[in-house]
Unconditional design. Structure first.
Length: 176
């Protein structure tokens, strides 16, 4: 049963704009080297995006609104991909779950967003290569070198000229 609150087009756009602003705030914090704040902002953007997806599943947002599905899929992918990068850089983090596991979880969630609606939005090869590169870094940090090797192979296939990916390939090979 749909929630009683009306989710008209303007309200949906405002909610999506809020998530985009949070992701942009995460970008600013990330560039400034404030990884604690960037993980928080990306996490908030991811949460807002998941909330909007939930409203769609509750039929508060029409399932026929394909533009919304495209925007929300893109936003979820980008927010989680950026959050993964932030966790990888957040060396001061000291929680129960390692920053590498958190980064890996983010890459998995970003990829799941694409699987839920496979024709809604497709990232560029470069964007997908970044996701796989970050997954490989997380797996390397977790000392799961075989899985890291598979992820970096796929990243290299998509971004053959990327020097960071090549260097990571060498580090993973040397760690095995």
């Amino acid at each position: 049963m749909p929630p009683s609150t009306s989710w008209n087009s303007a309200r949906i756009q405002n909610a999506l704009s809020d998530a985009i602003r949070l992701r942009e705030a995460g970008n600013v914090a990330f560039r400034a080297g404030n990884y604690k704040l960037s993980t928080e902002k990306y996490g908030e953007a991811s949460y807002d995006t998941l909330y909007l997806k939930g409203l769609r599943h509750l039929q508060a947002i029409p399932s026929t609104d394909w533009t919304f599905v495209q925007k929300i899929t893109e936003m979820q992918f980008l927010a989680h991909t950026n959050e993964a990068a932030s966790w990888l850089k957040y060396e001061e983090y000291n929680g129960e779950v390692s920053r590498f596991q958190k980064a890996l979880n983010c890459t998995n969630t970003a990829e799941e967003a694409l699987k839920e609606h496979p024709t809604a939005w497709k990232p560029s090869d470069k964007a997908m290569g970044k996701l796989l590169y970050r997954r490989a870094l997380a797996l390397q940090g977790l000392e799961k070198y075989d899985q890291a090797s598979l992820a970096v192979d796929e990243a290299q296939r998509l971004c053959a000229e990327d020097e960071d990916i090549r260097r990571l390939r060498t580090r993973i090979d040397n760690a095995r």
